[in-house]
Design a protein around this ligand. Structure first.
Ligand SMILES: [Zn+2]
Length: 465
């Protein structure tokens, strides 16, 4: 038993596959034929080390990006942004960035070390085997119990971090409005929601995989797509009410202005909703959710407090553009294709006992859950690159939405609205271009302001000629 506990550590020292006697073939052939004493094909070792390399490179790359951002801190603000912060506010903004940077480093280091510890000890394999022996060997219940334990463990581990973030960092800079009661209620609800989603996804995959290991991915793709579109469709009715109150915007000057804009842009709405974001944070936001009859535009109450009518109309024009330009169906289509690709690729790996052993399975029997987790870790770099692609597309869509607002004469109001939102949130105004390219779903403020200026110029020349 003790040996098993350290089987992961043994992987670290086992280099026998490098000097397999009598083998002078290409590496892949060596890997295929060379067996270690226990009779398990050794390419689990290669898989294990690839996973470790992915985890470490991912951490280093995150720290490189953070360092690149730090190198731009304290830069003099370009003239377009000079009026956002006075000297005191700018100093406060820099302190906020620094506090977040330090916190991010601690959080990332901790989670990376934890993951490495789990991998080197083979803890996941041990857990799976333990549940299999002591709880159930049912092909659906075992995976469900396994992910439930992991999800609860992760939630408990991340709780102190998010507590510190909310009640120390956000509190110190005056953003936090959440109470301890609300914080813990939120955490419990998020965990519940995660468990339900995981139960559906894992349950569907486990059941179908048992039914047809070859074609499960195709049916799972259809079922999960239906499920996620359903969630997207009912998002405002199902998910949001768990956390926030949404009330129709009350009659008055603002409502009139927004409805006039909706009419002008031929955007069919019956209501604009106000969401009580102020019970958690002073930060302002607006979003567009759902589609078809269930589409809904929500303005944070904090946005209504901070911005004037014209600026709010500009934000609404931007949100309407996301609908007009069909950004939501486009996002769903891309997401669906990527899910299909991932499920198909996964189907090629799931039955492999090497994946199970790489994660520490003591028996070496192929395991759906260990295969799934090992696959997700191996898929990490692909998923990272795909998310960079999604960010590129998303920033493109944001420019489009801004240009739409500019066409309706809201460029100046949108600029001043965005400036207010950024200044109240102590946003980083000088992020490094590499960080923007890699992780930003929205263009930085300066680029948006410059593009809006371009839009105005183009628009005024096209109408005058
Ligand atoms: Zn947008």
């Amino acid at each position: 038993m003790l040996l098993r506990l350290f089987s992961g550590y043994a992987l670290l020292l086992d280099l026998s596959y490098l000097k397999c006697p009598g083998e002078h073939m290409a590496n892949s052939a060596i890997i295929e034929h060379c067996k270690i004493s226990e009779g398990i094909s050794v390419d689990y070792n290669v898989i294990f080390w690839i996973i470790i390399a992915i985890v470490i490179v991912n951490f280093i790359w995150g720290q490189v990006r953070a360092a690149l951002n730090r190198s731009r801190m304290g830069d003099a603000l370009p003239p377009e942004l000079a009026d956002i912060y006075d000297a005191d506010e700018y100093a406060r903004q820099q302190q906020y960035q620094r506090a977040n940077g330090k916190f991010g480093l601690i959080e990332d280091s901790f989670s990376t070390l934890l993951l490495l510890a789990v991998l080197f000890t083979g803890a996941l394999g041990i857990l799976e085997n333990f549940l299999h022996v002591n709880l159930t060997d049912n092909f659906v219940l075992l995976p469900l119990a396994f992910v439930a334990i992991i999800a609860v463990t992760l939630a408990v581990i991340s709780l102190p971090f998010s507590y510190y973030d909310t009640f120390v960092i956000e509190e110190r800079f005056g953003f936090n409005k959440s109470t301890r009661g609300l914080f813990f209620a939120d955490s419990a609800k998020s965990l519940m929601l995660t468990m339900i989603m995981l139960a559906v996804v894992v349950g569907v995959i486990a059941f179908l995989y048992h039914l047809t290991p070859q074609w499960f991915w195709l049916i799972a793709w259809a079922v999960l797509t239906f499920f996620s579109i359903g969630i997207g469709y009912f998002y405002s009715q199902l998910i949001v009410p768990l956390f926030n109150k949404q009330t129709p915007l009350e009659d008055g000057e603002l409502r009139d202005a927004l409805f006039e804009l909706a009419q002008k842009t031929e955007f069919p709405i019956t209501d604009v909703f106000v969401i009580d974001g102020s019970k958690r944070s002073t930060k302002a936001n607006a979003y567009f959710a759902g589609f078809g009859k269930r589409k809904r535009i929500c303005l944070y109450d904090t946005l209504i407090d901070d911005l004037n009518t014209e600026e709010i109309a500009a934000v609404l024009a931007h949100e309407i553009a996301h609908y007009k330009k069909r950004h939501i169906p486009l996002g769903i289509a891309i997401g669906t294709i990527l899910t299909g690709f991932q499920l198909w690729l996964m189907s090629l790996f799931l039955g492999s006992s090497e994946l199970a052993v790489a994660l520490g399975s003591p028996t070496g029997t192929p395991s759906l859950m260990l295969g799934l987790i090992a696959f997700s870790l191996l898929y990490g770099p692909i998923s990272e690159l795909l998310s960079v692609g999604e960010n590129v597309l998303s920033r493109h869509n944001e420019y489009q939405a801004d240009a739409f607002a500019a066409r309706y004469g809201y460029a100046a109001a949108l600029i001043s609205g965005l400036k207010t939102i950024s200044s109240k949130a102590l946003s980083n105004l000088t992020p490094h271009p590499v960080v923007v390219f890699w992780t930003y779903s929205h263009p930085p403020l300066l680029e948006r302001i410059r593009a809006l200026g371009e839009d105005v110029r183009k628009h005024s020349t096209s109408t005058s000629s």
